[in-house]
Design a protein around this ligand. Structure first.
Ligand code: GDP
Ligand code: MG
Length: 437
């Protein structure tokens, strides 16, 4: 996915103490490739890369202490800017807010009409939904079903097949019934055609909507952008509802739509349920695209927790092969400083609840390890090989564990020592401990 691709580019950057102009160029090349593969519009990608490179060089990122992080920040900021920086609001300036929903068939117009109705109702508005998709008999019924689920009334005229007439009547109905929002669900087609556009233009001039929201399916990638462009040209839309962002989308549509049409994404559809709608937040989308969740925060946390001086000491010990159980105990303390394992995991993208519950067990195990080491004498900690079976029993009793657990810890420690002997590059080692391991 786009997130994975960008994630690996940035991991490379982050690992570097200092990056050269060539590194930056190489990284930007990879970002470019990742964006193109995610179906981001070519011109958008080109402008984006130029913008980021210019900013990075302009801000003397290469001279700074954390160039990798700064480049990531610039990319993040530019992604936000591309999608409009701030959450776009609906225009409620008129007494009755008419929202006209347009889009291709299957994009999610009917679902989104209802979702927006439900969303605005929660905010204290009195919306009605209007069944103006006159071509498919099932469309009216679908709207009635979802409207009923949300407690949002649906206006329809059974005997009419004139969408313009229905829309006009709906407006009259709204003013008579003190409805302050009218959401018109229009018909779609599989492809853009003149007949469809003609009808939509007629509805538009009949009801003069405050908002014309184009519903586009995020899964359709580059096509979504083309669709947005032609609807915007014909109808001068006021915003976009990007649906199916819950699916395995490549994110390209979200990035290109605003840049290509100049119209903001106002809502994001996040699922089939009628509550799965959110105002679109460019900053959140940017961090989702960067695929890092709060991983950046997490990495900072880990780096802070790991005191540089201790790192140097540790390096020396490992080089001299004198890393003992006391040091191991220290390391556990360091890991704990980073926060609970569960906190850490919950910040990582894509971690499920199963992983979280197994982390809980690990934390318990970590507590046991600490208790076992603490039950040892200083001599035992320095030279674990002196721990015979009577000492093991004493340690198990003292730590409230079992001899088996003591054995396991000692075995793991021996393995760890072996592994450490293999480290010859102290830099590599430091990173191994300072990072997430
Ligand atoms: P319309 O033809 O544009 O009116 O599209 P519909 O509202 O009938 O939606 C088409 C299909 O997409 C339906 O099965 C919806 O449940 C589904 N759908 C709409 N929005 C979303 C969304 O945000 N996420 C997911 N997963 N499905 C959606
Ligand atoms: Mg529909």
């Amino acid at each position: 996915s786009l997130a994975d691709r960008l994630g690996s580019v940035f991991k490379k950057l982050r690992g570097k103490g200092k990056i050269s102009e060539a590194d930056l160029k190489e990284a930007m090349k990879e970002v470019k490739r990742a964006l193109l593969e995610a179906d981001v519009n070519f011109k958008v990608v080109k402008d984006f890369i130029n913008g980021v490179s210019e900013k990075a060089l302009g801000q003397n990122v290469l001279e700074s202490l954390t160039p990798g992080q700064q480049v990531i920040k610039i990319v993040n900021d530019e992604l936000c800017a591309l999608m409009g920086k701030e959450t776009a609001k609906l225009d409620f300036s008129r007494k009755i807010t008419v929202i006209m929903m347009v889009g291709l068939q299957g994009a999610g117009k009917t679902t989104s009409s209802a979702k927006i109705g439900g969303f605005l109702k929660k905010q204290g508005k009195r919306p009605i939904l209007v069944a103006a998709d006159v071509y498919r008999p099932a469309a009216k019924k679908q709207l009635k079903v979802v409207g009923e689920q949300l407690g949002v009334p649906v206006f329809s005229i059974d005997e009419s097949t004139d969408a313009v007439f229905i829309a006009k009547k709906a407006l009259e109905h709204a003013s008579q019934n003190a409805n302050d929002v009218v959401i018109i669900d229009t018909a779609g087609r599989l492809h853009i055609d003149e007949e469809l556009m003609e009808e939509l233009k007629n509805i538009k001039s009949a009801v003069e909507p405050s908002e014309i929201l184009l519903t586009v399916d995020a899964m359709t990638g580059q096509d979504a952008v083309n669709v947005a462009q032609s609807f915007n040209k014909q109808l001068d839309i006021t915003g976009v509802v990007l649906t199916k962002l819950d699916g395995d989308t490549r994110g390209g549509a979200a990035l290109s739509v605003k840049a290509v049409t100049g119209k903001p994404i106002k809502f994001a559809g996040m699922g089939e349920k009628l509550t799965d709608l959110e105002p679109f937040h460019p900053d959140r989308m940017a961090s989702r695209i960067l695929g890092m969740g709060d991983v950046l925060t997490l990495i900072d946390k880990a780096q802070q927790a790991f005191d540089e001086r201790q790192a140097a000491e540790l390096e020396k010990k490992i080089r001299e092969q004198s890393f003992d159980l006391n040091d191991y105990l220290n390391q556990l303390g360091q890991i704990k400083k980073m926060g609970s394992m569960q906190d850490i995991l919950s910040m990582m993208p894509g971690v499920n609840s199963k992983a979280l519950s197994s982390a809980q067990i690990d934390e318990k195990k970590m507590g046991h390890i600490e208790a076992i080491i603490q039950a040892m004498t200083p001599a035992e900690r320095q030279k674990p090989e002196i721990i015979n079976s009577s000492r093991k029993q004493r340690i198990a009793n003292g730590s409230g564990t079992t001899v088996q657990e003591v054995n396991l810890l000692l075995k793991q420690f021996v393995q760890m020592q072996k592994l450490m002997k293999q480290f010859s590059n102290p830099k590599k080692l430091k990173r191994g401990f300072g990072g997430l391991g």
